[in-house]
Ligand binder design. Sequence first.
Ligand SMILES: [Zn+2]
Ligand SMILES: [Zn+2]
Length: 302
Amino acid sequence: MKSLKVRDMKTQLTNKQRAGRINWETTITMIVFHVGAVAALFMFTWTALIVSLVILWVAGSLGIGMGYHRLLTHRGYKTPKWVEYVLTVCATLTLESGPIQWVTTHRIHHAHTDVPADPHSPRDGTWWAHVGWILTGTAQKHDRATVERYSPDLLRDRFQVWISRWYFLPLVSLGVALLVFGGWSVFLWGIFLRTVVGLHATWLVNSATHMWGTRRFETTDDSTNNLLIALMTFGEGWHNNHHAHPRAARHGLTWYEIDVNWWGIRTLQLLGLAKSVKLVNASGQRAGGRGGKLEGVLRKAA
Ligand SMILES: [Zn+2]
Ligand SMILES: [Zn+2]
């Protein structure tokens, strides 16, 4: 009876209350990367800058925007498996964890946006929503039961399970290659500074675009559209559009809502590598097909 009560109390805790202990491994990694990023500033070369910008786009747009987010989390379009895996490997270069933990966190965010179970809501504090939830939270370290509940589709895919465990290997390999072929300047810029810039850009979607910007759609959460964040994240800053229509593969709904991730998906579509692309127009009307399977999983999980 007593243990039942304790368990009940635990499930009623919010994500923030469940946190508290510092995730030392993550925290030390973040400190090292930030120190490396500052060191990079003293070793500027044009080659280092250009290489970093290319990797920023590969990891942030092909990887996070088109891969982890719009494809794996929301299944906003379909690709051949090899394309899905390439985009997934690109995303691992951001050091934002493997696909299973990332997708689980983000599906919880959509199922419980800006309510106590949200892993990273600014209603729990700006610092918390930006990075506190990674340094001390339980998100990105979800237990087996949570992962089974939110990401059963990825658990059935052997490659996704494997890369989720070894997600840091592509980044380590890239680091070795940059050091050998580009020297210290390219290495520090392409690995440390580029990763830190990419991390803060992604985190700003969780913090800034749940606080500052405009709202096209009257959603029940605090999500906003923000041009600056959209430019930093290749289009993820049209976050109010996205919360209103999570499955749509295109987030920028007008010509001035620049959405580089959508251009990438559109290119895949023109090459015949993206199909069943889900779309809405600026009035929120759906264009393109709707898939029911993932929605069923999320409804059950929520
Ligand atoms: Zn959000
Ligand atoms: Zn999303």
